[in-house]
Design a protein around this ligand. Structure first.
Ligand SMILES: C[S@@+](CC[C@H](N)C(=O)[O-])C[C@H]1O[C@@H](n2cnc3c(N)ncnc32)[C@H](O)[C@@H]1O
Length: 216
């Protein structure tokens, strides 16, 4: 199978804007959706090239939904690629997308990168996603930049929210200091990369696994 990276290097279709080190993370977290009927939302269409890249990568059954605030992105629609125009911070708009296409198996937030928008999109879509969904936010270096409502240790930063979510992920071990919540019960793992965070949904098994041997 062609790797996503070599696909990117040999792309002759629309232009794609991705950082190099994202590609192994894409393959790692999105690879299991290849050749499935995945519903893939990408927030932020740019020049439309990433939508085509996901289509090539994910195969003939994938349904790619590109979301952008710019009406001209409508021209990126083609077989397997749908475009919807709206603001990623508009929660009613996002819920309407889920009603139309079904809750997404994958969300890739590559939109405005404004902290309030990243928060609003995550707060709306993440709880609606299926049990095995993957939610990725990229270009999260903006969480450290004031012009994107970020800044080191600022409460508005999505990175700061992620730090709290690590505690939520582990809430069952916090001896009552925090209560397990819907995030605790529906999140299997969180992954951090330079400028990127990934949430993999999945049910926790709360009990220790013990291998029963023949001799005690
Ligand atoms: C970094 S570009 C996306 C690049 C594209 N995903 C790629 O990899 O080639 C960001 C996009 O987000 C869109 N955008 C900006 N603010 C938005 C908002 N509030 N809601 C939805 N899309 C937004 C911009 O119009 C732009 O197309």
């Amino acid at each position: 199978m062609t790797s996503l990276w070599s696909d990117f290097l040999t792309n002759t279709q629309r232009s794609v804007f991705k950082w190099k080190h994202y590609f192994p993370a894409y393959e790692r977290h999105f690879g299991r959706f290849v050749n499935t009927d995945v519903v893939f939302f990408e927030i932020g269409c740019g020049n439309g090239g990433s939508l085509q890249m996901w289509k090539r990568f994910l195969g003939p059954h994938a349904r790619i939904v590109g979301v952008d605030i710019r009406a001209e992105c409508g021209k990126f629609a083609e077989d397997q690629i749908e475009i919807r125009i709206g603001d990623q911070s508009d929660q009613a708009f996002l819920r309407a997308l889920c009603a139309e296409f079904g809750a997404p198996d994958v969300v890739l937030d590559d939109g405005s990168h404004m902290m309030s928008h990243v928060h609003a999109t995550f707060a709306t879509l993440y709880p609606l996603m299926p049990r095995n969904g993957v939610y990725m936010v990229e270009d999260l270096h903006t969480a450290y930049w004031e012009e994107f409502e970020g800044g080191l240790k600022r409460k508005e930063s999505f990175v700061e929210t992620c730090k709290d979510l690590i505690d939520a992920l582990n809430a069952e071990h916090a001896r009552g200091a925090i209560e397990p919540d819907a995030f605790t019960l529906s999140t299997l793992s969180m992954h951090f990369y330079d400028s990127m965070v990934v949430f993999e949904r999945g049910r926790h098994t709360k009990k220790f696994a013990m291998r029963i041997g023949a001799i005690d």
